[in-house]
Design a protein around this ligand. Structure first.
Ligand code: C2E
Ligand code: MG
Ligand code: MG
Length: 629
């Protein structure tokens, strides 16, 4: 019985693997599914190996054609296991996995191999304890199986970069083991090592990659963030629909490591009871995923019902602590088309809850706005690189001189179709992504060029207002960069006025002040933009070394529509004047408003009543005409 002891060892290995795999719930990843199939085929192969040896050993009782059939079945399963190993080896390489020609090709080769093994004659040898099969049929198996084994190995060579290091290494070890076992068995046919070698290879693969523990989060025992990425990207690749509940816990509980750990474990146990797939993603956030099982099954309803129950539970304390957990609910995964988009939606909406809100349902419009957002990022980058960022100038009228003494430089993007994209569309995106710094610089460069080239001073424009974004104000290089731009264009700092807006944090304010001081040393001056919006207050004006305060359009409208606001604004203007600062009213559209603003004692007016923002040529024409009257 020497010949089957090795196979029995292999079979024990396989059974141990089956035991471990059955004990854990799987995620359902493609690689994991193929691995299970491999395990099944490999186990069949070993069992058939054992059966064929038993059949040969008892050749005096069993008909030769039955023995031949058993041998051939074993040889076919041997080749099939090598073929499955090959399928596993490219399971992460998307373009091969989804290529039906490639799949048909492999299936075709495997079928040819199986047919050859089945029709070619097989012989077997039995003398004492030495038992093996040989002949043309066995030869075919020993040609086709190595073909798949070598191909798997080559996969790790040519596509190694698309596999993770573990996978690459594990597949190589597995294939080398199989190849060595097959070569030894080919040279010494009585040593039936192939089955054992393969099982050992599977074992390596299991411990390195397919061990269900590897998919779990170490703290909570639910699926890990890494598994989430693999799973969701697979769902999108296979165009499956799922609904999901994202449990957004505060980033900082500040309860101490041990206590937080206990709460996370308690939450995991609770959330696990909802029968969906549970992942711990980013920080303390969890995601519950409800797969659509059947075509007409409504996973949205199941998840919505569960969400209500979960929300109620989260109103209660966890480990004695009340937590301010928020929920993002995505009934239909199709609002995104990839893992990246899904993650974008998650990170964009995660922090937009108001205090009163604890839940947000994200539908198609969320997906749409993410796509527009991404599209806009591309558009801005392209506009910057192909020089499609333009500057328009809105004239600013001085009541004292009855002429236009300045203008505000306003960014525009010239679309590929020639149409203008307005700041309302791209400035928020640029601010969120940091691209605003490049836009701001570009606008400043163009403005300086315009000041110099068109000799704005000579036509009465004393200075041009240029907007500074908050992130520019936080950049310690701001003064150096702007100084260089002005010097290289031959513009003196008094010809520009930089517009700042109120910054929210003290830290931002301190950096802004440093920057302002450096720029003022050069000779630049500042305006406070958007006064009257947000939290702007008079304290800010006193703290910041600005020369001009610009009243926002909304404040100007309030002045004409609300009697109480009129009193407040009148007093505010007086106070600002007493501080020795100049004032600009923005958004003045009618003659009646112009008269009102004049009576209020404001210094300058900027508004559609005089002019909309104009392209450089139109602006020069406008100023030449108006200022020469
Ligand atoms: P802002 O700096 O307060 O600029 C004034 C905005 O009010 C301009 O809008 C202007 O067209 C508009 N406006 C002026 N008068 C009237 C009026 O009578 N009626 C109405 N309805 N609107 C009027 P625009 O050009 O669309 O710019 C919007 C905002 O985008 C700007 O507000 C500014 O915050 C930002 N922005 C524009 N260019 C830049 C830039 O180069 N850098 C930075 N950081 N922000 C910019
Ligand atoms: Mg402005
Ligand atoms: Mg403004």
């Amino acid at each position: 019985m020497m010949n089957i002891s090795v196979q029995l060892c292999g079979l024990v290995f396989d059974l141990v693997l089956v035991f471990f795999i059955v004990r854990h719930e799987g995620v359902g990843l493609y690689g994991e599914r193929i691995f299970k199939k491999c395990l099944f085929v490999y186990s069949c192969c070993i069992i058939l190996d054992i059966l064929s040896v038993i059949a040969i050993e008892n050749d005096e009782y069993i008909a030769p054609f039955v023995i031949a059939a058993a041998c051939k079945m074993y040889l076919i399963s041997l080749m099939a296991s090598a073929a499955y190993g090959f399928v596993y080896s490219y399971s992460d390489i998307e373009h091969l996995r989804d290529n039906s020609h490639f799949k048909y090709g492999i299936t075709g080769v495997a079928i040819i191999g199986a047919v050859l093994i089945a029709v070619l004659p097989v012989s077997y040898f039995h003398s004492g304890r030495t038992i093996y099969s040989y002949g043309p049929s066995a030869m075919a198996a020993f040609v086709f199986a190595p073909l798949f084994i070598i191909s798997s190995f080559l996969m790790t060579v040519f596509y190694g970069k698309q596999m993770n290091t573990h996978k690459r290494r594990a597949i190589r070890a597995w294939m080398i083991l199989e190849m060595t076992a097959a070569t030894l068995q080919f040279i010494f046919p009585q040593a039936l090592l192939v089955g054992f070698g393969s099982s050992l290879g599977l074992f390596i693969l299991y411990s390195e990659l397919e061990n269900p523990e590897a998919y779990l989060d170490k703290v909570t025992g639910c699926f890990s963030a890494e598994t989430f990425k693999m799973y969701v990207s697979q769902e999108y690749m296979e165009v499956k629909q799922f609904s999901s509940i994202i449990v957004c816990n505060s980033r900082e509980w500040k309860l101490g490591e041990e206590e937080e750990r206990r709460i996370l474990v308690e939450m995991t146990e609770y959330l696990h009871s909802f029968g969906s797939k549970l992942f711990r993603i980013h920080g303390n956030d969890f995601v519950l995923i409800y797969d659509k099982k059947e075509e007409h099954e409504m996973n949205e309803i199941e998840s919505a019902v569960n969400l209500d129950v979960i929300r109620q539970r989260f109103k209660e304390p966890w480990g004695g602590h009340f937590l301010t957990t928020k929920f993002l609910y995505i009934p239909d995964s199709h609002i995104a088309s990839s893992l990246d988009e899904y993650n974008d939606i998650y990170s964009r909406y995660r922090d937009t809850f108001t205090n009163a809100e604890d839940m947000k349902t994200l539908d198609d419009s969320a997906g749409q706005s993410i796509r527009e957002f991404r599209q806009m990022i591309l558009e801005i980058k392209d506009a910057l690189s192909t020089d499609r960022v333009e500057v328009f100038y809105q004239p600013i009228y001085s009541i004292a001189t009855d002429t236009f003494v300045s203008a505000e430089a306003l960014a525009r993007i010239r679309g590929e179709d020639g149409k203008l994209v307005m700041p309302g569309k791209f400035i928020p995106v640029a601010e969120e992504t940091g691209l605003i710094e490049q836009i701001g610089e570009r606008v400043f460069e163009r403005t300086c060029e315009c000041i110099k080239e068109h000799r704005l001073k000579e036509i009465g424009i004393e200075y041009v207002e240029v907007n500074l974004s908050v992130s520019q104000c936080e950049n310690p290089m701001l003064s150096t960069t702007y100084d260089e731009i002005m010097k290289s264009r031959g513009v003196t700092p008094s010809e520009v006025n930089l517009e700042i807006t109120e910054s929210s944090t003290l830290n931002q304010r301190n950096i802004l002040l440093e920057n302002m001081n450096k720029l003022m040393d050069l000779g630049c001056r500042f305006s406070l933009d958007d006064f009257g919006t947000g939290e702007s207050n008079l304290n800010y004006i006193m703290d910041m070394p600005v020369n001009i305060v610009k009243f926002d359009r909304s404040m100007v409208q309030e002045y004409f529509n609300n009697d109480k606001a009129k009193v407040v604004i009148t007093n505010t203007v007086n106070m600002i004047k007493q501080l020795g600062l100049k004032t600009v009213a923005e958004g003045v559209e009618t003659e009646e408003q112009v008269e009102g603003i004049k009576a209020l004692g404001i210094d300058y007016i900027q508004g559609f009543y005089y002019s909309k923002p104009l392209s450089t040529d139109d602006f020069i024409r406008f100023i030449n005409e108006k200022n020469s009257r």
